[in-house]
Design a binder for this molecule. Sequence first.
Ligand code: PMP
Length: 322
Amino acid sequence: MQNPNSTHPFANVRWIWMNGELVEFEKATVHVLTHALHYGSGLFEGIRCYKTRQGSAVFRLPEHLKRLENSCKVYRMEIPYTREQLTQAVFDAIIGNEFEACYIRPIIFRGFGSPGINPLPLPVDVVVAVWPWGKYLGDEAAERGVDVQVSSWRRFSPASSPAVAKATANYLNSQLVKVEALTNGYVEGIALDHSGNVSEGSGENLFMVADGRLLTPNMASSILPGITRDAIITLARDMGIEVKEVNMPRGMLYTCDELFFTGTAAEVTPIRSVDRITVGEGHPGPITQRLMGEFNGIVRGEIEDRHGWLTPVARVEAAARS
Ligand code: PMP
């Protein structure tokens, strides 16, 4: 598998960390009878490494690795590496590829072995890939906001799949939401939960501003416990904004003052319309802009990292040498 052409995000990926070592891009492959390919038995993460004024730094790495460990725990998949080894794997992949800023994709999955659904006899494979990745929902999304629809597809019920685990299988549901939205001319879709309340986007959590308060769907609405979501809740409270995790009725999407997505890939992305109904004034509102400014400032090292969210790559590099 060769690198794609020069404009592709994978174009300059030279090394992928796979089961304990960096392997060349074209050799980082699996067998077609890999269990995860057939039965969705993969747990993964999406993390960002930012270029800050003080050098490259990874955003909330311990929290992402904790979520990955929790995802594996739910599916009784034992990770054959410690937290420290996974942390080192992330830095090895970044440093090996010489990226200043990149997206980081750890994935842990059931590999090649026996046929059938039972995953327990199968090996657990671990991969950490990195690649440069720009604005997930479009270059102008942050300035203008994006147009979204409420999906006709519901988020899976907590009785059938645990949303707390970031499982590859969950992303078939996300693909139904995303493809329907794109087919209908929207950038993204919002899924309702099993009972009709708002859940989240195909790969983002959702926030709204209503009457000066910041509201976001609670964990019972089959949301992924987003790490950017947690950061935004923290930053809003720092600013003295009241934040509530709620059962969010669909109707509020049309009447709220501000609406935005959060996610590692999407960062903070304002939403300017839902089902062609304008949100607020039709451009990013004041609270969205303040939170976006604070978030972007911290991840880029322009505002003090007062919550200790950034792990500098250089520091780990230096520790590994000593
Ligand atoms: N929900 C879903 C379904 C996602 O895939 C993501 C992206 N990981 C999020 C929410 C946002 O989570 P985070 O802020 O941790 O990236």
